[in-house]
Design a protein around this ligand. Sequence first.
Ligand SMILES: Nc1nc2c(c(=O)[nH]1)N[C@H]1C(S)=C(S)[C@@H](COP(=O)(O)O)O[C@H]1N2
Ligand SMILES: [Mo]
Length: 337
Amino acid sequence: MAHIRIPPAWLIREPATPESTFLNRRQVVKALGLGSVALATPALARPGAEGESTDAPNETAAVSPNVGPAVKRFGDKFPARRNNGFELGDRSLTPESISAQFNNFYEFTTTKDKVWELAQDYDVDPWKVEVKGLVKQPRTLDLDDIFGRFPLEERLYRFRCVERWSMQVPWTGYPLRTLIDYLEPLPSAKYVRFVSLLDEQGLPGQRNQKQYPWPYYEALRLDEARNDLAFVVVGSYGHALPMQHGAPWRIACPWKYGYKSPKSIVEIEFTDQRPGTFWNDLQDEEYGFFSNVEPHKPHPRWSQKWEQDIGTEETRDTLLYNGYADLIGSMYTGKET
Ligand SMILES: Nc1nc2c(c(=O)[nH]1)N[C@H]1C(S)=C(S)[C@@H](COP(=O)(O)O)O[C@H]1N2
Ligand SMILES: [Mo]
């Protein structure tokens, strides 16, 4: 496939202004009424956790696409050709200086504006992905498989967290269906389960937050995983994926709340029974298995009718399936979600 190597306009970024960025992110969190552990169940939230986000901003912080030595060797694959079939409509792309410094990645910390710093030096090379369960042949994938086996494309996707913040990101990767077809699940397989990395030594959040059932795990029904929108992500903003976004690879499932898009995946399993998922197992009433973005289905602790853009700080109405209803089609018609 021909890759047009013209750097997209958003690669030419304005100089990062970390202080205002950090303060702004904090204001968003405040406006949303979210502490730094908003996603957590009430029982898991530590008293005073909200205070964490008032740390002095790091003056020296700058945007750094910390792809690490791991994925630098795949640098020539970026930027990939953009697939123009995915438009953001009325929204603009979120600057990388904002989206890459405001992350949910509890393996590092629950403090969103600290993840990127803690993730900075994490090395993901070598990386193995175990493929198991109802599959023609169990196998182990490595970085060459993940980065090099399928043609890469760039897609502009909306992204909506259950906590009501949203952003728009240029992801690079390929349809999850492409990977699934390559792995050849058996006809009896009905679900695909993903497990994220486990590394107590290297991941402060796993070391310090023993109340969580590490490693993080998620799952999709196989028809959801085969929907064209479900995307394997290996890059963002025209380069390999930085650790804070889930290097070396993660899922982007943009019609669902963010936690359905697991990061830093080390295991893929095909099953015929619906697998448990991290947040659903912790708090079923708050985080359903399907967790599609549905404005009229409130979270028990807040309405989902509106959301706030972390880039523009604009508040707007939540769209059904995050604006992807047309592409979802009849996937949920007549089925309980
Ligand atoms: N392994 C893992 N994957 C994860 C999470 C996490 O804590 N650990 N957080 C989820 C949540 S709640 C969201 S909103 C998105 C955030 O992705 P981003 O930080 O790249 O924006 O990642 C999802 N995937
Ligand atoms: Mo989220």
